[in-house]
Design a binder for this molecule. Sequence first.
Ligand SMILES: Nc1ncnc2c1ncn2[C@@H]1O[C@H](COP(=O)(O)OP(=O)(O)OP(=O)(O)O)[C@@H](O)[C@H]1O
Length: 258
Amino acid sequence: MPEPSTPEPVISLRGATATLGARPVLRGVDLTVHRGEVVALLGANGSGKSTAVRSVIGQVPLTGGTVELFGTPLRRFRQWARVGYVPQRTTAAGGVPATIREVVASGRLSRTKLRLPGRADRAAVDRAIELVGLTDRAKDSVNALSGGQHQRVLIARALASEPEVLIMDEPMAGVDLASQEILATTLREQVAGGATVLLVLHELGALEPLIDRAIVLRDGCVMYDGPPPEAVGQHALPGHDHVHPHAASEPVRTGLLS
Ligand SMILES: Nc1ncnc2c1ncn2[C@@H]1O[C@H](COP(=O)(O)OP(=O)(O)OP(=O)(O)O)[C@@H](O)[C@H]1O
């Protein structure tokens, strides 16, 4: 009898090493996210979380080890419409006078490529904008948005290609409570629809019920890979406080693992 099959790995990093400047930032990271899993990547500031996810999408070249997406080595992977990436908090504006709809539609380019967008493309863009609750603002300039609204636009941009895997770098950072709730609902719907998710988080917070597994980095190495530490467990486990880089004034101390 064959073993019940494990879902296929969607993201796979094996022995990943990376250097930024002269600094070894990833020092042999093994990380696998299977189809349908929601995995949180945790760790103290500077532990290499952003670098790890950026290496998955090819923004940071590895100096050693391998990355595979959907079982294909990154250097041969071309199906970028299957991947939705939300970078660490940036602005959706980029200094150009674009509307919310234009920015979100740019996320559809990985599907349309050079052909003109068709009805299905326009519908997908509308749906993504609706998911993040910005339908009535779709024609507004992104320059006029709050931080939380920017983040919603970036997430809608990632959803516009109807990706199978979402990779998000601190999606809740610097986001107001109302936007956080919308983002949590959006993510819940994506997960219910079968999406695979890798999230960099500084604390599980509102997303905790969605998380299947947590991977904790320390100094560029995986120090924990298992069930998410529960609220009580987080405080019971040894670790250092995480000081959030984007907090406006008071550092956020989560007592999370370092
Ligand atoms: N372009 C760069 N050149 C040199 N060092 C860098 C560069 N980018 C990041 N680093 C350093 O690499 C280390 C890992 O950074 P990374 O952003 O991956 O950490 P992180 O775990 O995501 O932290 P944070 O929670 O602060 O975002 C940090 O010490 C950071 O200062």
